[in-house]
Design a protein around this ligand. Sequence first.
Ligand code: PEP
Length: 249
Amino acid sequence: MRKKLIAGNWKMNCSRSEALQLASAIIASASESSAELLICVPTIHLSDIAKLACNSHLKLGVQNAYWQKSGAYTGEISVSMLEDYQIEYLLVGHSERRELFGDTNDEVARKFSAALECGITPVLCIGESLQQREQGITLEVLKEQCQSVIDLVGIKAFNKACLAYEPIWAIGTGQTATPEQAQEVHQSLREFFAQLDKDVAQGLQILYGGSMNAANAEALLAQPDIDGGLIGGASLKPDDFLKIYSLAG
Ligand code: PEP
């Protein structure tokens, strides 16, 4: 039986005091549940938030890191540097990283692999654009995004990873995939993984992301192949985020 994972992606939001306030509000009201609760915070706030989150139910992750361990990579933070903090998750391949910062399938795979090497669970984000959906190539695009990771680390690596299906047209737009649309894709993705390894597919948490909020989460989370949510905007509103968490438990 797969647990549900409710993951917040704060993106590039929150001053230091706002971040501490938001994290404190989440920690104070997050009661124990059968679901897991995660926030992926701006890396600069990690140390402060880690102090607040120790001994709580809240898990921590970050939104990006570089796959090389160290060296002349000005401005980057390596995955291995994050080992010293309490982070359990790393987002890799978010569409904003792919579109705005040029993260390629190959780089995403390397980041995924670096996270595993450091004992951090990678959350592989995949998604199609509106144009690709209209062209009828959604699954092709998603499988290609997964395949480059599988080619580098092997299918068994997904025993220690999560997948997040995030249609690009639904991210930050208020336009959510319907529960049926999302379920159809999640089921196809699970079938794709099952062709390679049935046990891995059965255990794989596949999150939905794209304008999930307190009003639409219940129907999405009720779908058999939707194992949680990756939530941007609504994760910055503690009441909404915690409502989604309570719906998942
Ligand atoms: C995201 O950032 O992954 C996301 C799904 O954002 P939003 O919930 O705002 O659409």
